[in-house]
Design a protein around this ligand. Structure first.
Ligand SMILES: Cc1ncc(COP(=O)(O)O)c(C=O)c1O
Length: 441
């Protein structure tokens, strides 16, 4: 089938995935007008790689909304925003501490910066089979005995777990460590008092935000935020790093979409829509509890990420059941729970469909909940950039134990590495590997 056929077919699935917009614009952006606004840097137009006019002014307005010293518009996703942030902050041979539940773009940034990495294990929430917060005490103990250039972490996680960035940023500042927060899933935080505080508001040095995941904008729209605390690095260095990763033909339609999205979020409609979404999910949760469906709740949890489980059925079977019988697709699931993402574009009707489907889930009394084994601390043998440039051979799976992997094992979503090149292959990795394994010699 061609792409034309694929995308012209009506997809009647009910998606609780990214992007949140549900294939409809919530703010005035007509896809048919894409061509009308698709220009290059013609005379009188601004230039994303050296903004001096309308783009600069629009980014200045965005900086205020984001509580940042400087916000940059990015048209190639949080991935390129993260790469640019890392390229600016991290120098050759620096040592960086990275939370293991970071997205693979951070690993790519480690390759590009020639940095050494230590991994930091976040807490786990075993009853739901998900990663939890970054424990500030544990972080402080790690920073005390090592010399890191930066700490990179994700908050919120896919499942809406928010770490105490205020405390973490204080600790990082005490130890002279830059704090970079992947806030891809937290685009709504600056626009509601009923959601967790944004990373910028809590003192992070840098945050990267995706506007397509929850804020109703088009795929690839993102922001890079630099805080007022970054004194000794010129804003221009961030621009230069962005220019390394961004095309020289940035999309005006996407830039326009970013500006419209921020205008909408900060205006009456955006605020009202976010509050309505929160109210609808609160009601949804109350209803579901009456039907024996558990919905994850905790202090500082982002309510827009609906994580559910039900006694008597595994998360995997729950996901299959809703998909097969109700056409409802989740973003992510594990043996225990399923994650339904919402955002700008999620209507009450859509939530009702999910609620009604969840009420009808058939369970089995004799089913015993499985325990999820979280990965142990990885054994890093060589740095990511060395692994990237190394030769490799294939060995049989039975001979690969403790050899240095050249294989990337990375379930997507969530895009969190189970095994990265440069790490020793441990016994528990074997389940993920094919018969021929790439190892570094
Ligand atoms: C936590 C997190 N960070 C970064 C990214 C990458 O974002 P993008 O797809 O906008 O490049 C993702 C994408 O799924 C993500 O979930």
């Amino acid at each position: 089938m061609s792409l034309i056929k694929l995308l012209n077919n009506k997809i009647d699935r009910i998606l609780f995935t990214t992007p949140s917009h549900n294939q409809k614009p919530r703010f005035d952006f007509n896809v048919n007008s894409f061509y009308k606004v698709d220009y290059s840097e013609i005379e009188g137009f601004d230039n994303l790689s050296n903004p001096k006019g309308e783009i600069l002014m629009s980014m200045a307005r965005a900086s205020q909304l984001m509580r940042a010293k400087q916000t940059f518009f990015v048209t190639q996703g949080v991935t390129s925003a993260m790469l640019a942030a890392m390229k600016t902050i991290i120098n050759q041979d620096d040592k960086v501490l990275v939370a293991r539940n970071c997205h693979k773009s951070v690993y790519n940034g480690l390759i590009l910066t020639n940095a050494f990495v230590d991994w930091f294990m976040p807490d786990t929430i075993d009853e739901w089979g998900i990663y939890g917060v970054i424990d500030p005490k544990k972080l402080e103990n790690t920073l005390k005995i090592n010399n890191y250039r930066a700490f990179i972490m994700t908050s919120p996680t896919y499942e809406g777990i928010n770490s105490d960035i205020k405390e973490i940023s204080k600790i990082c500042k005490n130890y002279g460590v830059y704090l970079i927060v992947d806030e891809a899933h937290g685009a709504l935080y600056n626009f509601s008092d009923n959601l967790p505080q944004s990373a910028m508001a809590q003192g992070a040095d840098i945050s990267v935000i995706s506007l397509h995941k929850t804020a109703g904008a088009l795929n690839q729209t993102a922001l890079l935020n630099v805080s007022y605390d970054i004194n000794n690095i010129e804003i221009n260095q961030f621009q230069q790093s962005l220019n390394l990763f961004q095309t020289t033909s940035p999309s005006y339609p996407l830039l326009l979409n970013i500006e419209m999205c921020l205008n909408y979020l900060s205006g009456k409609d955006g605020k009202k829509d976010i509050q309505n979404l929160i109210n609808d999910i609160e009601n949804f949760k109350k209803d579901l509890k009456r039907f024996g469906v558990d919905v994850y709740e905790a202090d500082n949890h982002d309510i827009t990420k609906i994580l559910v489980k039900k006694e008597g059925i595994s998360g995997l079977d729950l996901s299959d059941f809703l998909y097969r019988d109700f056409n409802i697709e989740d973003e992510l699931n594990n043996q225990i729970s399923c994650l339904y993402l919402t955002g700008i574009g999620t209507s009450r009707q859509k939530l009702d469909k999910l609620k009604n489907a969840l009420k009808k889930v058939i369970t089995n009394e004799s089913y015993e909940e499985e325990k999820i084994e979280f990965q142990p601390m990885p054994i890093v043998k060589i740095r990511p950039s060395d692994a990237f440039n190394h030769n490799f051979i294939y060995v049989n799976k039975q001979d690969c134990l403790l050899k240095i992997s050249n294989t990337l094992v990375l379930p997507y979503p969530p895009g969190i590495g189970v095994l990265y090149p440069g790490e020793a292959i441990q016994k528990w990795h074997l389940d993920y590997l094919n018969n021929d394994v790439e190892v570094i010699v």
